[in-house]
Design a protein around this ligand. Structure first.
Ligand code: GLN
Length: 534
């Protein structure tokens, strides 16, 4: 019988529920349990694929090609769970399924209602993940904050789940904020009392409280929270602000959260002290002996979450290089106002991430030109590769008007263009080239040196491709096509000779980087940047 942990959030959003879930996953996995994690998102979009990154943050792509919430990225980075399209469920998907069944006539005679039809569909989806994954523990994060109208059906489903599955097979965790009021010099428990109160009105009594706080919780405070919220004192967990998110599993472990959970589930598991995680991840993350500055030139710079997996992948690369990666976020539109020299002079590596639409593209191209000409290590991801191709076409191959047909449909040199199959597509949701594809790496290339492998699998999310019509000319001018998707003859990786590190890829390597297993493209990028004298 699988065990289920439902994680809700209270008081405010952005409390790090995703990292809490991932960290719980990590401490349970270290005890020998197989875990998987899923996110229930109360919005009506079917998936976040059509949302602006400023609304939603990064869209995380799973191996099987689902466009999902960025919390799934945390789940995969902290644990060995492999998430799929089933691991992110939205209100849109739930209603879509129920309404199509109603139209099909499957409920003939019945009135379709939130309870039980919508809640049944939610519970069904949670059970399906348990079945497919074969996990011992399924951690289910409920998006939003307790009290949101749209989250109610999910909370109701979570409540029913304990009734169906049995008390000891379901655990409720509530992540809450204990604010510190500066002028009073006090931390306050009232908002937590209220949010737990709201949960209890719905019928959920939390078993564990994860208390986000900037000050330590003294015993008196813990006792008060315990009493008012009806949660055992040892299950009131202090989650004090940490320097690195990767400390959180250790923070939980130190308060024996793993034991609290196992004893609720009546499980006896092998012991683990998470030593490897501490030694290989946390220590090097906190005490690097060097530092290096990497510029990210993108257009969603103002929002921390928009390039989440890229920032994390750089942290992982820093960990393995014993260096702190200082990210300089540069808005690609600033290149219209200032010179590349001025914007990039302090940086030892330039990364151009993915993106959509014309805005900011010319700035990215200028940044790449600067990296190529000044031999600054460069890593291009997805649109970053497409911009590298355009830059090379314009400035090395003298195809002055070269462009992607995404930005200039009638360009005379469409070096990036749509495949025939993409031209027919009318619906924008879920129709890009998505998910993992195999890529064959050419020997004696930088890519081969970096990966030390001939065949790799990487995740995609794009519509446009390199136009093979230009391959010969580009090769003659010095571009190396080092990775290819053989089945369709699609270019996956390009690089330049006579440059310390210039590589760009059509896929998103950032989705597969982990703190204890950095992605080789990022690891070697940071290593090359460390060799640049500034
Ligand atoms: N806009 C480009 C495309 O659709 C690149 C997408 C991306 O960077 N994810 O092909």
């Amino acid at each position: 019988m699988p065990k289920y942990i439902f994680v809700t959030g209270g008081v405010i959003s952005s409390l790090g529920k995703g990292i809490t879930c991932a960290s719980i996953g990590r401490i349970l996995e270290s005890r020998g349990l197989k875990v998987t994690l899923m996110k229930l998102d109360p919005y009506i979009n079917v998936d976040p694929g059509t949302m602006n990154p400023y609304q939603h943050g990064e869209v995380y792509v799973t191996g099987d090609g689902a466009e999902t919430d960025l919390d799934l990225g945390h789940y995969e980075r902290f644990t060995s769970a492999k998430t799929t399209k089933f691991n992110n469920v939205t209100t849109g998907q739930i209603y879509n399924a129920v309404i199509s069944r109603e139209r099909h006539g499957d409920y003939l005679g019945k009135t379709i209602q939130v309870i039980p039809h919508i809640t049944d569909e939610i519970k069904q989806r949670v059970k399906k993940v348990a079945e497919i994954s074969g996990a011992d523990v399924i951690i289910v994060e409920i998006g939003g904050t307790v009290g949101d109208i749209e989250g109610l059906p999910f909370l109701e489903a979570a409540r029913q789940f304990r009734l169906d599955a049995g008390h000891n097979n379901v655990l409720y965790v509530h992540v809450t904020l204990i604010p510190f009021i500066k002028v009073a010099g006090e931390i306050k428990t009232k908002p937590t009392q209220h949010s737990v109160g709201t949960l209890r009105e719905i019928g959920i009594q939390p078993d564990v409280l994860i208390c986000r706080t900037e000050k330590p919780l003294i015993e008196d405070v813990k006792e008060k929270i315990s009493l008012f919220c009806n949660v055992r004192k040892e299950a009131v967990i202090e989650a004090i602000d940490a320097d690195s998110i990767y400390q959180i599993p250790l923070v939980f472990k130190n308060q024996i959260l793993d034991e609290i959970i196992l004893s609720h589930f009546n499980l006896i598991c092998k012991f683990s002290d998470l030593k490897d995680w501490g030694k290989n991840v946390v220590e090097p993350a906190l005490k690097p002996s060097r530092k290096v500055s990497i510029a990210i030139v993108g257009k969603y710079i103002a929002l921390q979450d928009a390039y989440k997996s890229i920032y994390e992948a750089l942290i992982h690369a820093g960990i393995s290089n014993d260096a702190k990666v200082e990210v300089e976020k540069i808005d690609s539109e600033d290149f219209g106002k200032k010179s590349a020299e001025k914007l990039l002079r302090n940086t030892s590596g330039i990364l151009v991430p993915g993106g959509f639409g014309l805005r900011g593209v010319e700035g990215k191209i200028r940044a790449i030109k600067f990296a190529r000409e000044n031999k600054i290590p460069f890593l291009g991801l997805c649109l970053g590769m497409q911009c590298a191709v355009i830059e090379f076409a314009r400035n090395v191959c003298a195809l002055k008007e070269a462009n992607s047909t995404e930005f200039r449909p009638k360009t005379s040199y469409p070096v990036i263009s749509l495949l025939e199959e993409q031209k027919k597509i009318k619906n924008l949701g879920g129709t890009m080239r998505l998910g993992s594809y195999p890529c064959k790496i050419k020997k004696n290339t930088l890519a081969y040196r970096v990966y030390a492998k001939k065949l790799i699998g990487e995740r995609h999310r794009h519509r446009y491709e390199f136009n093979n019509k230009y391959k010969k000319l580009f090769e003659k001018k010095g571009m190396v096509f080092s990775g290819i998707y053989q089945k369709k003859n699609l270019i996956e990786m390009v690089e330049l000779k006579n440059h310390p590190y210039f590589i760009a890829v059509q896929f998103h390597p950032e989705f597969q980087s982990k703190p204890d297993k950095p992605h080789p493209l990022f690891r070697e990028f940071v290593s090359a940047a460390l060799k640049i004298k500034k």
